[in-house]
Design a protein. Structure first.
Length: 242
């Protein structure tokens, strides 16, 4: 067999090996604006956090998938987008988000709010189980961080039982939900799971989420929802994007 024939025979094997290697090098990075699909430092695809309607572990057949494994069983996370022809965006992180897994197991609902007003709109929904809303509040202070590149990113997570407004002050905090957990117990479980999430130092954020405080969730008119607002912070860098 000639050398050219040998090369032609080996070339498909090399190509397949290269494709498999590239697939397993795909990483997922979350910053204050996007969920990014990254390959060797290059962003291949990104989904705006403001465009994400819900997060769960479903895998509908009509989807756009960016898997980093050939065996996605137990690793699928669906980002349900608000816009686009293909609204289901599938990723397969190695350690699937414990918060998403926990809420899905409890038959709750996770959504990411575009802004504070959207938080109130989501609280008006009536999902099965309970509701967890993730909302990026903003940077703590952009003063010196514009020069150092370091800041704190502030997030709030709202945990709601979705039973309307309070009948009496404090009643919903101690009353059980459909699965037997009072609101304060659900909030403690969410806090524990969020604090377990670690971010690597190769993106815009690093370290663990710091829990700051919790407060009852109120409407602009002062009425109190059956919900608790949990405030978190994480070290981050100032994005260079405009």
């Amino acid at each position: 067999m000639s050398s050219s024939s040998q090369f032609a025979a080996v070339l498909p094997i090399v190509f397949i090996a290269l494709v498999l290697w590239l697939i397993h090098r795909i990483r997922y990075v979350i910053d204050d604006q996007y969920v990014r699909v990254v390959l060797v430092g290059i962003t291949l695809r990104k989904v705006a956090l403001a465009d994400i309607e819900a997060v769960d572990t479903k895998a509908p057949w009509w989807n756009e998938h960016w898997c980093n494994t050939l065996w996605a069983c137990g690793r699928v996370v669906r980002l349900r987008r608000r816009s686009g022809c293909v609204r289901n965006f599938i990723i397969t992180p190695k350690n699937r988000d414990e918060l998403t897994t926990y809420v899905a197991r409890k038959k709750g609902f996770v959504s990411i709010a575009r802004d504070h007003f959207n938080v109130l709109e989501l609280l008006a929904l009536t999902p099965v189980g309970f509701l967890v809303i993730l909302h990026f509040v903003g940077h703590e202070d952009l003063g010196q961080s514009r020069f150092t590149g370091v800041t704190k990113l502030k997030f709030e997570i709202i945990v709601a039982q979705q039973r309307g407004l309070m009948a009496e002050p404090g009643q919903e905090v101690v009353g059980p939900t459909a699965d037997g957990d009072p609101l304060y117990v659900l909030a403690e479980k969410i806090i524990a799971r969020v604090r377990q999430i670690e971010f690597g130092g190769d993106g815009e954020s690093s370290g663990a989420m710091w829990f700051k405080r919790s407060d009852p969730m109120t409407a602009p008119d002062g009425a109190m929802f059956n919900a608790q607002r949990l405030d978190f912070e994480i070290n981050g860098s100032v994005s260079e994007e405009t």
